[in-house]
Design a protein around this ligand. Structure first.
Ligand SMILES: N=CN[C@@H](CCC(=O)O)C(=O)O
Ligand SMILES: [Zn+2]
Length: 433
């Protein structure tokens, strides 16, 4: 019995999906198939925004009889899941690429568009000339869209500057969004997203290691910037394995987590490199080898899979089943960028199930605890456990799987999105099934 006061009680939910209940930092193999679920459950969040209790409604009710709650939500007939974690996005840019979608539909490949000066180069030109205010406005509206689709923690990359000033501008914009919106952000420096026009790969590598990273390090030390991860696009015709190693090592030496693009269009031995360097995550992996999978499983380097990329570019999807069977920690991301314009993790989970043969529980584990692991946040995010951040999504359906099953249906299903116990999105237009 406790007579204290709390920020939010969510009570009587038909299902509360904890994802895990024993402080696991990630789930693999069978652990991803059998998620922890409480039937008829409640969640209690304190004034510090952390979860104070979660479990069967009758037990919570008797345990907290007499307590005061700033807000009570009756979730009868609804389900509660942890806030979704999007482990890979490029959300800071100007200039859409709808014209390139038409080119790709007509048969152009991603690299053909890139080598013709489009793709990332097109976005770089527009992002370099955009003001900080324009970039922040775009970022804020994209992040709000992601929140409305249930994302409460998102990785955000720079990488459309490819030179110091614009990379810093993008990182400042990410910082401003972190301070102005409730959504959690993990910031990634991705200055090696492409080789800038007019430079060789070697020159670009040297510029990043000798000019850009030292400046970023100074701004982190002075508190001007918060940067969490370092990324490189390790790909044939972009950064080769040696350059990738050199940049990632330099980032790691200054305290950044390694989280990079690898083995997307060609097998590059990125998985081996990531395992060797102790990378937290490698994204894409459409072309990963069996040995690479084994190395990632051993090193606990997570695989951030991006089903939107394979879908939009008509690639063979990454071999999720082989990775899952080998015990790799599999996470998911939207890959939101001007090539893959998707803000919705529920749609990503659906695509992961249909295109990559994941089960719905695997997709949810990959979009919560495992995506949080990829961002080094699984001690605070990714499951509904006491002491973790009170980030929840409340779905107007009697089983949580509806969020995956109803393709593109999240706008009608998500009733509330809650971050640190605050309602950040309320949808009163939810429909009955
Ligand atoms: N593959 C490299 N980077 C992005 C695409 C970025 C872009 O095309 O603007 C990705 O993850 O899909
Ligand atoms: Zn990417």
């Amino acid at each position: 019995m406790s007579a204290s006061s709390f920020k939010l009680l969510v009570k009587n939910a038909t299902q509360v999906v904890l994802v895990c209940r024993n402080g696991e930092k990630y789930l693999t193999r069978d652990g991803m198939q059998t998620l922890a679920v409480v039937e008829n459950g409640s969640v209690l969040i304190g004034h510090d925004g952390l979860i104070k209790a979660v479990g069967p409604s009758d037990i919570i009710e008797s345990q907290f009889k007499g307590a005061k709650f700033d807000n009570v939500l009756d979730a009868s007939g609804m389900c509660v899941i942890p806030g979704l974690v999007d482990a890979h996005t490029h959300p800071v840019w100007a200039g859409d690429r709808v014209h390139e979608f038409a080119m790709k539909l007509a048969g152009a490949t991603y690299m053909e568009v890139h080598e013709a000066g489009g793709g990332i180069h097109f976005t770089v030109a527009h992002t370099r000339s955009a003001t900080e205010r324009q970039l922040l406005d775009g970022l804020q509206s994209r992040l709000e869209r992601m929140m409305r689709a249930g994302t409460t923690l998102v990785e955000c990359k720079s990488g459309y500057g490819l030179e110091l000033d614009t990379e810093l501008k993008m990182l400042r914009v990410i910082n401003s969004a972190r301070n102005s919106l409730p959504i959690g952000i993990s910031a990634t420096y991705c200055g090696a997203h492409a080789v800038p026009k007019g430079k060789t790969m070697e020159e670009a590598t040297q510029d990043i290691v000798a000019q850009q990273l030292p400046k970023i390090k100074m701004q982190i030390a002075s508190g001007e910037l918060q940067v969490d991860n370092i990324d490189v696009f390790c790909e044939k015709g972009v950064f080769d394995l040696n350059s990738t190693r050199c940049i990632l090592k330099a980032g790691k030496d200054m305290g950044l987590n390694i989280n990079f693009h690898g083995d997307e269009l060609h097998p590059m031995n990125s998985a081996h490199l990531g395992a060797e360097l102790g990378a937290l995550a490698i994204s894409h992996l459409e072309e990963v080898t069996d040995d690479g999978i084994a190395a990632m499983a051993k090193a606990k380097t997570s695989a951030v899979l991006l089903p939107t990329t394979a879908y939009i570019l008509r690639l063979s999807p990454p071999r999720a089943r082989d990775m899952l069977d080998a015990g790799v920690i599999v996470g998911l991301g939207s890959d939101f960028n001007p090539n893959a314009y998707c803000c919705s993790m529920p749609m990503v989970m659906h695509l992961a199930c249909v295109l990559m043969k994941m089960s719905m529980p695997e997709a949810l584990a990959a979009s919560t605890i495992n995506a949080a692991y990829a961002l080094n946040r699984s001690h605070t995010h990714g499951s509904l456990e006491i002491g973790k951040q009170g980030d929840l999504v409340i779905i107007n359906a009697p089983r949580w799987e509806h969020l995956v099953y109803q393709f593109g249906g999240h706008q009608e299903l998500i009733r509330f999105v809650i971050i640190k116990g605050e309602i950040v999105y309320e949808n009163d237009k939810v429909l009955n099934l």
